[in-house]
Design a protein around this ligand. Sequence first.
Ligand code: PRX
Length: 643
Amino acid sequence: MADDIIAVKPEIAATARIDAAKRAAMVAAEAQDANAFWRGEMGRIAWMKEPTKIKAVDFTGDVSIKWFADGELNASVSCLDRHLAKRGDQVAIIWEGDDPNSDAKVTYRELHARVCKLANAMRRLGVKKGDRVCIYLPMIVEAAVAMLACARVGAIHSIVFGGFSPDSLASRIQDSECSLLITADEGRRGGRKVPLKANADEALLTCPSIRNVIVAKNTGGAVEMMKGRDHWWDAITEGEGTTCEPEKMNAEDPLFILYTSGSTGKPKGVLHTTGGYMVWASFTHENVFDYRDGEIYWCTADVGWVTGHTYIVYGPLANGATTLMFEGVPSWPDNSRFWQVCEKHKVNIFYTAPTAIRALMRDGEAPVKKWDRSTLRILGSVGEPINPEAWLWYYRVVGDERCPIVDTWWQTETGGILISPLPGAVAQKPGSATLPLPGVKPALVDNEGNILEGATEGNLVILDSWPGQMRTIYGDHARFGQTYFSTFKGMYFTGDGARRDADGYYWITGRVDDVINVAGHRMGTAEVESALVAHPAVAEAAVVGMPHDIKGQGIYAYVTLKAGVEPTEPLRKELVAWVRKEIGPIATPDAIQWAPGLPKTRSGKIMRRILRKIAANETEGLGDTSTLADPGVVQELIDNKVG
Ligand code: PRX
């Protein structure tokens, strides 16, 4: 089944922006002269001063990545101003609320005015170019307005997903010393309220850099407002004008920071700059989704993740698209919500995560089939490997075997899609992200960094830069080089493993580091471990990913309690709740196993390979355990495996 090939249908190739011949020509042109190729693509965004320099990249030494370095622009102008003449009255954002009876449409002209009002208010509060602004908002139009208002005044936004805890919010604000926080009274998800302002108040107890808080009224729930610090959005923007001079930004000035998890330490602030990111967002959104004027495009991600940044806001708006923003969840009020929204808003392009597909698949075809999906043209998948079974269900049941599926592989660090089929050019294989986009040069290397040829499996690296690549880790350029360019010298290491088949197709097999991917949410096992050991009853903890039917991976924690503490069911529940509170509900452990000891080498290093295998029930072939300090603990853990 995994070897099925779904050829590009002739009628799709005939009308697509890019067919196989055009793709081949693009790949060849980029390979021959990258500078000329990207000079040809840079006009897809609006420049105040056109760049004369295109690519200046060095993956060695201190690592320096620059694109369009002498160009000047403002990202909000590309997303708003330049569309006003032609599409001022076109809908830019369709907002669909958590409550199926609430929705809204915002035209480009209205969005421009709202962005300018907020930008003016921000300037009045003293926000200047280069300042960091934290955004902690639910999926409401204000989230897009806040992002673009930051871009307007040259402030660097740092969005924190609304599901993160006060602690997680605080550490992100502290790391980049944000001076302004933009939040809402409450969020809504699946019929429940999320106390955003209350969480923010708790976080701000340890965030002295924050001078002002702007609060959007969303649910109308009661919140505390601190005089002098907290301002209602409506009040502070009320008297402001609907135009605002955009700050002139250099192409390499930062646009945003987004925190993401790595194998060690605290989440790192991935920094993206303005020119290259915007070109990449526009290029990939238009070509991967084969976007056409007037189409309704829906990406179900949250703006708190990179997918929301690039494929709800910057890419679609740069391309003058109508982008749908959804506040709710796929399972509420019932499990047909996605398809009901597709019918209601006549969605043409639909982009979601495998975890949602797997969850909906359980309920069979009826909830899908009862809604009209005839407007759908392209389906997309992102965030984790999609298993062939889920792929085929998506293709057959949701897309009626009519819509190509683009399985898009990329990362927070890559800014946009790197490996994906182009719907009119590349035959699909269920479960494979297929081929790199023009200009992207993946390779597989062995653990010593030797490049492997042909059909093989290895560590996925990218050999050369593309415009949307991250430029640094905020405040820690040394860690940037260390994290991404030192494992395999002179290559960008993705942290993923992959297989390449005889057709050159890539099959991403998952992370090869200590990062796990739970329902498409990326998490460092070290973060969950440090949350656990912060509990007074816990002496030591080791966290690994375990296979999970719906979520792809679940969180499996081995916990050693302090001497004298009894391992009880109430304590297990308490620890689960503790991690949720420390990090957020996305980090809820799926299993906690009491571990009187952990398998360690004689030098004290935890053997995670063994723990991963036990959690996955792969206890045959555990490999050599004779070097362990206490080989007996392994059998003990196997015998008491949870679930
Ligand atoms: O392991 C890969 C997986 O998600 C990781 C990146 O996570 P994040 O930075 O949160 O960005 C997610 C949205 C782009 C990757 O290292 N991943 C992402 N897309 C795919 C994928 N794995 C397999 N197939 C994909 N299409």
